[in-house]
Write a protein that binds this ligand. Sequence first.
Ligand SMILES: O=P(O)(O)OC[C@H]1O[C@](O)(CO)[C@@H](O)[C@@H]1O
Length: 541
Amino acid sequence: MRLVKIRLNDKEEIAMITWNNLDTLESFKELSKVGRVDIKEAMSGDNGAKRVKEYNIPMAEGFTYNFAAKQVDADVLEALAKLAKEAQLTEKFEALYNGAVINTGENRLVLHQLTRGQLGDAVVADGVDKRKFYVEQQERIAEFANKVHSGEITNAAGEKFTTVVQIGIGGSDLGPRAMYLALENWAKKNNTFKMEAKFISNVDPDDAASVLASVDVAHSIFILVSKSGTTLETLTNESFVKDALKNAGLDASKHMIAVTSETSPLAKSDDYLAAFFMDDYIGGRYSSTSAVGGAVLSLAFGPEVFAQFLDGAAAEDKLSKNANIMENPEMLDALIGVYERNVLGYPSTAVLPYSQALSRFPAHLQQADMESNGKSVNRFGEPVDYVTGPVIFGEPGTNGQHSFYQLLHQGTDIVPLQFIGFKNNQLDTDVVIQDSTSQQKLCANVAAQIVAFACGKADDNKNKNFEGGRPSSIIIGDQVNPASLGALLAHFENKIMFQGFLWNVNSFDQEGVQLGKLLAKKVLAHETDGALKELSDMLNI
Ligand SMILES: O=P(O)(O)OC[C@H]1O[C@](O)(CO)[C@@H](O)[C@@H]1O
């Protein structure tokens, strides 16, 4: 057990936070003893209808979090509430947004919520009010984007830029790309679509080459995004793009901007038309609401759309402050996930948005969740004796239904499911076939899946028998739009944070990604022996 003193909002009170391993908490031991819920029974008949109505809590931007088909009942919920209290989830979040050094591994504050609102005290770090700093960067980006849109900033020939291409990887790609794809159709429909965006991330040369072949480089603006400014893939792709610009007779520095931290090697370079900043207190996978997402989304859709996205995230963040788990969807979702992982023993979780707009959202969550909570040591570097983050995967429904759902329905592992569904699609175009629209078919499928997974279907032919008993939750919204997307993103970011608190891991570093990078450098420098040398030879390096 470690005690940490933190100052609470009113600056008078001193709270003691204790960081304990999950398996040392009395409430966790109690939770393990609570009787298991049979979802098949719970979700059948009138009982099921009652649960769907009752196990439903409001989120921001018109969403509701429905957990009727989760393996919980009043006893489990009571035990989870005790766990939340003993694990001091609310106090830990409070410490985080008031500027405590929560990322102990890297000795850093964790400030991504500050990019979209001020949840507590002003946070001053390195002599700077951090909220002010993030807002300033947003304003600088907005001004730049407006000038690009109005034609005040143009290419060398005085012509408007029409396309924006983001170069980055991991958090500098996945979040912004998923958000762009989520809003592209919405923006087109609502006349706020300004520039098409493309993304280059993979160091596979075919990625950069095919994106470059698909754009008009003379009218493209490239955003180099790298917090560290040292990521090999990103710097390689930057050179790739610069070569292409040079070959087209263009001055690269008139076509490139950078988003990075002020301490990175890119920050002071003359190679860019402009540079916008985030900092070390925002992890790559949490950077969609910082300049990392801000530059591409503001250029693509206009700064007002990006501002609405931030407002949605801020509204959800506020809900995450509630100590009552029934008024805090992120905390409840996190607690149920830990119950499923550590008591019920389920190894993975599928995220299944029934929305084409969210086609890359599961990919973003894979990084956000697994890079955060894929840890075997606690925040003090001591091995933990329990399992932590699950494997996260997903695909939009209904496509997933025609691919891996077989295993989800009848496989030997039980995989908890996180559905996301919307009442309305983004574009007006729809068609009535066999008495229903495509949107109705989509929604019918998600409702049907929840009940099919929970209740199953008995059949004498064991091959056609569905055991049921497979838990799921659903987040239901009206439509994917900037504000709802922000709220959805914040929901998952905060869920991951609460789970990290429960597992007592540092969710904000990623040492596990370093070893592979180091060995790759050795391969390229021909400094290898043994298996690595053999593999390098086989790959012709
Ligand atoms: O923005 P950067 O510094 O180029 O890093 C890109 C990505 O690489 C990682 O460090 C993992 O290698 C991620 O955490 C990060 O999102």
